[in-house]
Design a protein around this ligand. Structure first.
Ligand code: DQA
Length: 148
């Protein structure tokens, strides 16, 4: 069985669909998970889809992915803009990493324009809604295929 792609979600994304729907839309995280599982299957991959409000838990899952994961799709949410710990953990992960933001962080408050995670990410998707997760999965799959 090939190693799964880790799809990691940071703080407050458990409220997706209920929280600021004018910014983040009406889909829930369970909807996003269902679509990601279906697409991953089509692409011939498994996924481990996870969410936590705790920075240390996200760091621990990135560590787990070092041995048990093939790639990482991450929406670090607010940790994007604050967390050197998440960046350091991703720097210790060797596979492809794509950063996703549902909203266009460049069109919002200026503090959202800086991302620690972008210093490591192989690509960044912002403002494409929850479709960004599926595009990120496709990109991780193609990077894994290219790496053989
Ligand atoms: C977000 C953007 C972040 O600035 C914010 O803190 C989030 C969600 C997005 O998906 O658009 O919680 O990562």
């Amino acid at each position: 069985m090939p190693k799964p792609i880790y799809v990691l979600n940071g703080p407050n994304l458990n409220l997706l669909g209920k929280r600021q729907p004018e910014i983040y839309g009406h889909e829930t995280l369970a909807d996003v998970e269902r679509d990601c599982v279906a697409l991953a299957r089509e692409l011939g991959h498994g996924i481990r889809f996870l969410q936590s409000n705790w920075e240390g838990q996200i760091v621990d899952w990135i560590h787990e992915a070092r041995d048990q994961g093939s790639g990482v799709v991450i929406n670090p949410a607010a940790l994007t803009h604050t967390s050197v710990a998440v960046l350091d953990a991703l720097n210790a992960f060797e596979g492809p990493v794509i950063e996703v933001h549902i909203s266009n962080v460049h069109k919002r408050e200026s503090f959202r324009r800086h991302s620690y995670v972008s210093l490591r990410a192989d690509g960044v998707i912002a403002g494409l809604g929850t479709e960004g997760y599926r595009l990120a999965l496709r990109r991780v799959a193609s990077l894994l295929a290219a790496a053989g």
